[in-house]
Design a protein around this ligand. Structure first.
Ligand code: AMP
Length: 407
């Protein structure tokens, strides 16, 4: 036996049914908001993340799967989607507003635990080229729609603004001064960050008590990022989306400016419990080499955590399991199974060579809502049906089965 690699998961039935629900709902919502599909490479040039995500971030410093390929290039298994998608936008010579949806695995070398994997799956939305605060609201609204569609309860939105680079230069000095004053009480990790990435100290769990009195970015926004933030807030209010201001929420990556947000639900609790997060990243395009500024805002949602917060599927796995009362009718059954599947029903059967008892057992195990039995009534144009949950049985004309199933 060769086991799977530490921190990776095999996602198999019955758990995978929830994944199918999630990925379908994501695809549906993306399409309804005009987000086209982007299918992105898993491998990117290491430099993309070093420059885009930021060399002093935890992801780039410690967590990347980076190696030299046979041609001597340094490549990295993507730890996140956004940098690659903005690279693709630029590389394809796109311009104006482009809205993209992507789904796929990410890789980060982390200490594996609940909701923290080395290979994990994200669904991701990016609205590139739009500086309007309405785009921030749209991304948050879509995320909330997705949580509602898959049944994740009571999702709260934590919202903050970290301002623009200009606002932050001044603020960062204030924060550094504060952190230096309390550095004796800070964890070693946070002490190390005072110089290269002091904002990260703000959302350090270990130092929550110490940083409770630190200055926060919200109190140091310039006029433009302040009015942007006000517009995001009133947009959320108009959309009927409740949110909480989280003044110490900063997010781990360097490319963010202005709006940042994360989602939480009481249905998923862990040391790191955000179901997803995102924000505005107007500086990113230039960080990865664009000569002109390209605005953008996006979100990445963690599928493992969302699935853990989803209820078990209420809908049966199959609509109909077809059983055959005598083997002579297997050919008839095969044709009818094909017809039902062609009509959009979810149908399975065992092939009809087994005893009726064995077929019923298989039907029970299959998680079907209904068993339809093909027997001698078929010659009179009829089939027997039985709802497995209630035991309700009926004989009916074959053409009526569709309408009966719909009920
Ligand atoms: P981040 O941009 O790092 O906040 O990631 C966005 C979302 O991806 C998080 O809110 C999580 O739901 C998910 N995520 C991030 N890292 C991991 C991981 N190592 N394992 C599982 N999910 C993760």
């Amino acid at each position: 036996m060769i086991p799977r690699v530490k921190g990776t998961d095999d996602i198999l039935p019955p758990e995978s049914a929830k994944w199918r629900t999630l990925l379908r709902a994501f695809d549906d919502i993306a399409a309804r908001y005009g987000y086209d599909l982007a299918v992105m490479p898993v491998l990117e040039t290491t430099e993309l993340f070093a420059r885009g995500v930021g060399a002093a971030t935890e992801v780039v410093e410690k967590q990347m799967y980076t190696f030299e390929d046979q041609g001597g290039r340094s490549v990295t298994l993507r730890p996140e989607f956004t940098a690659g998608i903005v690279r693709a936008y630029l590389e394809a010579g796109m311009s104006g507003v482009v809205k993209l949806a992507a789904a796929g695995p990410q890789f980060r070398y982390e200490q594996p635990q609940k909701g923290r994997r080395r290979q994990f799956y994200q669904v991701d939305l990016e609205c590139i080229g739009d500086p309007d605060p309405r785009a921030d609201v749209e991304i948050i609204e879509m995320s909330q729609r997705l949580f509602a569609a898959v049944g994740v309860p009571e999702v709260s939105v934590h919202l903050n603004s970290i301002g623009d680079a200009g606002d932050r230069a001044e603020y960062r000095d204030l924060l550094r001064n504060y952190l230096r004053r309390v550095s004796g009480d800070l964890s070693a990790d946070s002490r190390r960050r005072i110089d290269d990435n002091p904002l990260r100290v703000l959302d350090s769990k270990a130092d929550a008590a110490v940083v409770a009195g630190a200055p926060v970015p919200l109190d140091h926004l310039g006029p433009e990022s302040a009015s942007h933030f006000a517009a995001v807030r009133s947009g959320l209010e108009e959309a009927g989306i409740p949110y909480e201001i989280a003044p110490r929420l900063v997010r781990g990556l360097d490319y963010y400016n202005r709006t940042v947000f994360e989602f939480f639900s009481p249905a998923f609790e862990a040391a790191q419990s955000s179901l997803g997060g995102g924000g505005r990243y107007d500086p990113l395009a230039e960080l990865v080499g664009s000569r002109t500024a390209v605005a953008g805002v996006g979100v990445a949602l963690g599928c493992e955590r969302i699935v853990a917060a989803m209820p078990n599927p209420a809908r049966p796995r199959l609509d109909v399991f077809v059983a055959v009362a005598d083997t002579q009718r297997s050919g008839t059954a095969a044709a009818w199974v094909r017809f039902l599947r062609g009509s959009g029903w979810r149908v399975d059967w065992t092939g009809g060579d087994r005893s009726l008892k064995a077929q019923f057992k298989a039907a029970d195990r299959s998680g079907a809502a209904v068993v339809a039995i093909i027997g001698e009534e078929w010659d009179a144009g009829q089939v027997r049906v039985k709802r497995l949950a209630t035991g309700e049985e009926a004989a009916m004309n074959i053409e009526e089965v569709g309408a009966w199933l719909k009920r």
